[in-house]
Design a protein around this ligand. Structure first.
Ligand code: SF4
Length: 362
């Protein structure tokens, strides 16, 4: 396939769905995607509604904004309230509700919160505002961590002393380990993340078939990519021969992007990290190494953080683990909408609740 129209061809999609029905032959299988772009694509193209009923497609913790716990948002809000601090962030963090406020509310009240489109934009703000401290909100998976590492290296090279990162980066394989080990979820295979895999490659997923006997296919984002990947996954499950396959071969290589990985691990090192609703997962985060601690906002700013609390009615934590669907939340579509989000999963453009809301999934 070469052209976009071929990746969205309805006849091709129908052909694969028919084949999936035949291969499944009534067997119940559950597949989880752990990438927000896949979550959106599956909802947008109505894939959940055209696969057989016995094939359960579950959304996992693929949205970096959604998995970032409240205490991080609260800390960012506290920093944004400081006179001498400019908080720079990608746009989807702006409206995420913390315990008592959000960056958007602080901005409305006069806090200096700026939306940037790249980490280098944030670094420019620091260069242009030497009397202020610029704190960039470093959240995201392996896809974004290398670019943030590059900005920290650049700040060090240029001797920029007023650029900091509030780091809450996460890495995906340890989270997948926690999910696959949870029998309550009952995952038979993973639609592995396309973007993350361009950086880490396919090798880090090998423990999933080897230790847990579950299937893995790294998928592209077009509907034909996704239905082909589903067919590959259910073939692995039915044959009882799980492995890691790459469907998204036009982008993903087994070794990933070695330059990006080298940059990432030059600046960051693994740490335990808390995921909203899931808890602390061993080795699932990245923290700034000692050599670069001059750029670590956590190390350099002490701020008073307002009471940390989660909204008791929001079931984001269960949604992120695939234990509940968004429509099982009593606030969904009623009190919680993209215009008036109660939880992070409704705010982000890649959030599961936002995807279900936007595309009326189920
Ligand atoms: S619908 Fe809103 S309140 Fe309910 S789980 Fe999703 S984000 Fe949370």
């Amino acid at each position: 396939m070469k052209y976009l129209s071929e990746f969205r061809d309805i006849k091709a999609i129908q052909k694969y769905i028919e084949r999936i029905k035949i291969i499944l032959n009534g067997q119940k299988i559950s597949l989880m995607e752990v990438c927000g772009t896949h979550t959106m694509a599956i909802s947008r193209y109505g894939i959940r509604s055209i696969v057989p009923e016995n094939l359960r497609l579950i959304s996992g913790p693929g949205c970096p904004v959604c998995v970032t716990p409240n205490y991080y948002i609260d800390r960012a809000v506290a920093l944004a309230k400081e006179e001498d601090i400019i908080v720079a962030t990608f746009g989807d963090m702006l409206r995420v509700p913390g315990s008592l406020s959000s960056l958007e509310l602080v901005k409305i009240k006069g806090g200096d919160v700026r939306i940037v489109y790249s980490t280098m934009d944030a670094l420019k703000i620091a260069e242009n505002n030497p009397s202020k401290n610029v704190v960039f909100l470093g959240i995201g998976f392996e896809t974004t961590a290398p670019t943030i590492a590059a900005s920290i290296k650049e700040a060090k090279n240029k001797n920029i002393k007023n650029y900091f990162v509030l780091c809450a980066h996460k890495v995906m394989p340890p989270a997948m380990k926690a999910l696959v080990a949870n029998e309550k979820i009952g995952i038979d295979g993973f639609i592995c993340p396309g973007h993350v895999s361009t950086i880490i490659g396919s090798n880090p997923y090998k423990f999933i078939p080897e230790s847990y006997n579950k299937a893995c296919v790294i998928a592209g984002f077009e509907p034909v990519d996704i239905v082909i990947s589903i067919e590959m996954l259910i073939k692995q499950v039915i044959k009882g021969k799980p492995e890691v396959e790459i469907q998204y071969k036009r982008v993903v290589k087994p070794d990933g992007n070695t330059f990006a990985l080298k940059t990432m691990y030059e600046v960051f090192e693994p740490c335990d990290s808390e995921w909203r609703g899931i808890g602390v997962i061993e080795g699932s985060g990245l923290k700034i190494k000692k050599d670069y601690s001059d750029f670590d906002a956590e190390e350099n700013f002490e701020v008073e953080v307002e009471t940390v609390r989660e909204n008791k009615e929001c079931i984001c934590g269960l949604v992120l683990q695939g234990l509940k669907y968004p429509y099982e939340c009593k606030l969904f579509r009623k009190l919680c909408t993209p215009e008036n989000p109660v939880g992070a999963c409704m705010v982000s453009s890649e959030g599961t609740c936002a995807a279900y809301f936007k595309y009326s999934d189920m």
